[in-house]
Design a protein around this ligand. Sequence first.
Ligand SMILES: [Zn+2]
Length: 308
Amino acid sequence: MNLINRSFCCARTLRCFHLVVFSLGMLMSLSALAQSKADIVIVTSVKPLELVVKELLGEDLLQHIEIKTLLQGQASPHHFALSVSQARALADADLLLWVGPDFELFLAKIAQSKKTVSFDLAPTQPARETHSTDHHSAHAEDLHLWLSVEQVSTFAQKLSHSLVALQPMWRESVMGRLQQFEQGLAALDRDVLAAFSDFQATGFVVFHEAYGPLVERYKLKQLGRLTEVPDEQISAKRVGQLMHQLKGQAACMLSEVGEAQQASRYAQMLKLPLVNVDILASQMEVDSYSEYMRALTRQIKVCGSATL
Ligand SMILES: [Zn+2]
């Protein structure tokens, strides 16, 4: 009985083994097929840029494109290093989409040898005092530029031209999509402005400087910030200064989901409710830039009704 059982097991194991080998082979040929199916491989640094590509190109064109996004989950673009496999993926990519060397320092070197599309930085960046590092001085101007619909529009135009240069036969469809995308952006801009109309009087403080483009365009009432970049040392004196500066007028502190734990300590010291904003779209179930921006707007507006 035992013997029979055992041989049965053996046979089954063997069959399972074959099945595994067979499926692995299938998977491998399938992935090879999937790889060869994409005409263009695009690597993006942060997820909001992937969302721009998706909305710009639409399903038909996306079938021919593979998009890989480097920063996943809670990873911070301020402190990031490429893994070996990511570096390899980048080397094989046709196009790199990123904000630019001042924001994603970790891509600055590899970007020199790639076709890239980046955001336009503010034309004049005054030289800063010697003590500040490049990262900090760069960040003093808010570089979360994908939050600006104007910047995104320019970015989409440059991206469209780069795609057409890679695939000239796509010209008509890409340019048609671009026109649609621009119309969508204009509508988005109006909607976000309308949504913020009853929020413009609500003062808030930010944990790290990240919402500049929104504050500027939609006239939001940012009363202060705790730090320029996350993980910068924050002294008790700084917290005291900020508290004095706020004079009890802030309704909340905004923080990115990835820095919420750190930020919550300071929000407590300032006696402010903490409102989490998913600026990198790390936890959002969205497929387009517009959906992302609308969701972000809702998240920020929670500040108006937040309680301790
Ligand atoms: Zn940031």
